[in-house]
Write a new protein. Structure first.
Length: 231
C-alpha cells in the first residue's frame, strides 16, 4: 500500500467518546442493566418506544413521531407537553423524525436501540433510514450486546482474538481485509450476491480498507463508548 493510501486509514477507537443520546425504537430493547450503565444519557423515544420503556420503568426525555401508538396509551399522561414532539407527516417514519430532532438539537453521536423485533417491514425501513443518515451523524446500533456501525472509510480497530466480525454490504462494497479468518483482497460484497457475515478475528487488531461503497460493521459492544474515527 502506498504512503498516500496509508494516510487515508482511520483509527477506529472506543476509549473516550461518549454517546450524546440514545434513540429508542419500538423493537426489542436491551435489559435494565444497559440503562443503568447509560443512565446519564438522554433518551429520545420514537412513538411507541416510550411505552415500552415505561414498562421497564424508564422514562424517555422526549417522545417523537406521529404518536399514533403513544396517544392511545394511558401512560401518555406521565409526560409533560413540551416533552412530546408531535410530527404528523406520513412521508417520514418515526425513526427518521427522531434523527432529525436529534440533529436539530445538537446530538451527533447516537446510540440506537430497539432497531428490530417488531414488524419486518419496519426493520427494513429503519435500515434504509440508517443508511440515509450515516454520513451526517455518528450512528451506532446496539442489539444483543453487539454494535452495528455504518462504515464508508478505511480503518484499523482493536478487538479480541476469535471475536465475531461481520461485514454486511450497504448495498455493495469493495474492500481488502487483514487479520480475519477469511480475508478479502480487493473483493466485492453485494446484497443478493455475497455477504460477509460471521467472520472471525485471528489477531487483536483488524484492518478494513474500503476501496468503494459502504458496509455495516458488526462487532461486540464497547459500552459505554461511542465509535470515534481518528486520523
Amino acid at each position: 500500500m502506498s504512503k498516500k493510501a496509508e494516510k487515508n486509514i482511520f483509527k477506529l477507537e472506543f476509549n473516550n467518546l461518549k454517546f450524546d443520546c440514545i434513540i429508542a425504537l419500538d423493537g426489542s430493547l436491551p435489559p435494565i442493566a444497559f440503562f443503568k450503565k447509560m443512565e446519564q444519557i438522554p433518551i429520545l423515544a420514537a412513538d411507541g418506544a416510550a411505552i415500552s420503556l415505561i414498562k421497564k420503568r424508564i422514562r424517555a426525555n422526549y417522545v417523537i413521531g406521529d404518536l399514533d401508538t403513544f396517544k392511545s396509551s394511558p401512560f401518555s399522561v406521565l409526560f409533560e407537553d413540551n416533552k412530546i414532539i408531535h410530527l404528523p407527516s406520513q412521508e417520514l417514519n418515526d425513526f427518521e423524525k427522531t434523527l432529525i430532532f436529534a440533529e436539530e438539537n445538537g446530538f451527533k453521536n447516537l446510540m440506537i436501540i430497539g432497531f428490530h423485533g417488531g414488524e419486518l417491514e419496519h426493520t427494513l425501513n429503519n435500515w434504509s433510514v440508517l443508511k440515509k443518515y450515516s454520513e451526517k451523524l455518528n450512528l451506532c446500533l446496539l442489539d444483543r450486546n453487539r454494535y452495528g456501525i455504518p462504515l464508508n472509510k478505511s480503518c484499523i480497530f482493536s478487538c479480541k482474538m476469535n471475536e465475531m466480525i461481520s461485514l454486511i454490504p450497504q448495498p455493495e462494497v469493495t474492500l481488502t481485509t487483514q487479520n480475519l479468518k477469511w480475508n478479502l483482497k480487493n473483493e466485492k460484497l453485494e446484497l443478493g450476491v455475497r455477504e460477509g457475515a460471521r467472520n472471525v478475528a485471528i489477531s487483536d487488531n483488524i484492518k478494513l480498507e474500503i476501496h468503494s461503497g459502504e458496509l455495516l460493521l458488526f462487532i461486540d459492544s464497547r459500552l459505554p463508548y461511542a465509535p470515534e474515527f481518528l486520523t
